[in-house]
Design a binder for this molecule. Structure first.
Ligand SMILES: *Cc1c(COP(=O)(O)O)cnc(C)c1O
Ligand SMILES: [Zn+2]
Length: 421
């Protein structure tokens, strides 16, 4: 079954047993710095028992790769059939951006319409391994809703700390799955309450509550690895040159990077892509750290933004590490650029993305224009979530509609521009 053998610090390499460690590595932690732990596996054993061809025979989705996931008991696997999302070649958009081979990995097709489902399927399954009774998460929307859905499936209680100013549609979305939603008036305040709930009430945390740098649940990002595995399968083992990921805390980008490295380690591919982080310019802690050449994350100011799911003051060390290791980049995207990319994706390719998740397409556009990425190479943009979740930002860019009387002439007037082109 699972070949997971322990946890390892992403920074100093210290090893720990598979356990309830949610506050990062205790060995190399200091005032400014905290490193994530990540799951390690017995790769020799996996290589001896699993072939690439064998994988292809199994049903698609996150659990196709069960040997590479950290769940001890198969009975605890909690699945809503997440993953197995399509990789879509985007010729219309590619042409517009001057990119020869542009692909979208469309994660909006997951059970709660975001890539968080891959994370939560694994993290909730591990919660059952640990005999957890109450699950908690601090979220502005997608992570909370996904945690609530998987908790419902696993029959676990779920408490979500959120911001009092989260969009209404997201609050309803989280409540609909039966979770207890607790709005808190400050972003940092949520983490302080969550920390106490984990330490004093023994609740199982789905994401991070540590400060100044998030460390988080080391099991969830394992679910994100499967995005990389699927990209390789869909491209028939051709590694893309660049994979661009909307970036908040960095679990997603780190997980996807880890997936490519593992397929390389298992001998399934010969090279790995450069990872590109698309942050919101409303925050941008990763871009700040890279610009300043820091080896830790310095919290930055964050202002309100349409990039509700990714705008953040701080991010994880593992995100920074993945960018450096993969010889990648980070770039920040303004709200204006986001909405433009969101519209282009919908009108040219028929894919309606959440504003935050269009950051990857906006980054591809920007970096191609600046000749930072090679336009003749294969580029994959991950679309992390669907557009129906927050329709307010895009609505501002769409024409106001006016009802007409059922009169043929009024109708012809309304569509005259369509008729004349
Ligand atoms: C959570 C989220 C992200 C960012 O994921 P991280 O792992 O925090 O970097 C990106 N897009 C959407 C839509 C999200 O919900
Ligand atoms: Zn360490």
């Amino acid at each position: 079954m699972s070949y997971a053998i322990g946890l390892e610090c992403v920074n100093c390499g210290a090893k720990f047993p598979l356990s309830k460690m949610f506050e990062g590595c205790p060995k190399c932690k200091n005032d400014k710095f905290a490193s994530n732990l990540t799951v390690i596996y017995d790769y020799d054993k996996i290589a001896n028992s699993l072939t690439y061809e064998e994988l292809l025979k199994r049903p698609t989705g996150v659990w196709r790769y069960i040997e590479l996931l950290p769940v001890k008991s198969r009975l605890n696997v909690t699945s809503l059939k997440e993953g197995g999302t399509p990789l879509i070649k985007c010729e219309n958009l590619g042409k517009q951006l001057g990119i020869k081979e542009l692909f979208i990995k469309d994660e909006s097709r997951n059970p709660t319409w975001s890539f968080k489902d891959r994370f939560c399927s694994v993290a909730i399954s591990v919660a059952l391994d640990f005999n957890a009774k109450i699950v908690t998460v601090s979220s502005s929307g997608n992570h909370g809703a996904s945690t609530a859905a998987y908790s419902a499936k696993a029959k676990l209680k779920c408490v979500i700390f959120t911001m009092s100013y989260a969009p209404d549609s997201f609050i309803t979305f989280m409540q609909a799955y039966g979770a207890r939603v607790v709005p808190v008036t400050s972003a940092i305040g949520r983490w302080i309450l969550m920390e106490k709930a984990v330490r004093e009430l023994n609740w199982y945390p789905i994401n991070s509550y540590t400060r100044p740098m998030p460390t988080g649940n080391p099991y969830g990002p394992e679910g994100y690895k499967t995005i990389a595995y699927e990209i390789i399968e869909e491209l028939a083992k051709k590694t893309p040159a660049y994979v661009i990921v909307p970036f908040g805390g960095g679990d997603g980008l780190f997980g996807i990077w880890k997936g490519f490295k593992e397929f390389e380690k298992l001998g399934f591919i010969d090279n790995v892509p450069s990872m590109i982080a698309a942050e919101s310019s409303a925050g941008g802690p990763l871009t700040n750290a890279i610009k300043k050449g820091l080896n830790y994350i310095e919290p930055v100011q964050v202002v309100p933004s349409a990039a509700f799911s990714i705008a953040t003051s701080t991010c994880s060390y593992q995100g920074l590490k993945a960018i450096k290791e993969s010889k990648g980049f980070a770039t920040t995207i303004s709200d204006e650029e986001l909405i433009e990319a969101q519209l282009q994706l919908a009108t040219l390719e028929g894919i309606y993305a959440e504003p935050s998740s269009a950051a990857s397409v906006a980054a591809a556009k920007k970096l191609a224009e600046q000749n930072i990425i090679d336009k003749d190479e294969v580029i994959v943009c991950v679309i992390t979530s669907g557009g129906l979740k927050d329709q307010v930002p895009i609505k501002r860019k769409l024409p106001q509609l006016k009802a007409i009387d059922p009169c043929w002439n009024s109708f012809l007037k309304t569509v005259h521009d369509i008729l004349s082109t």
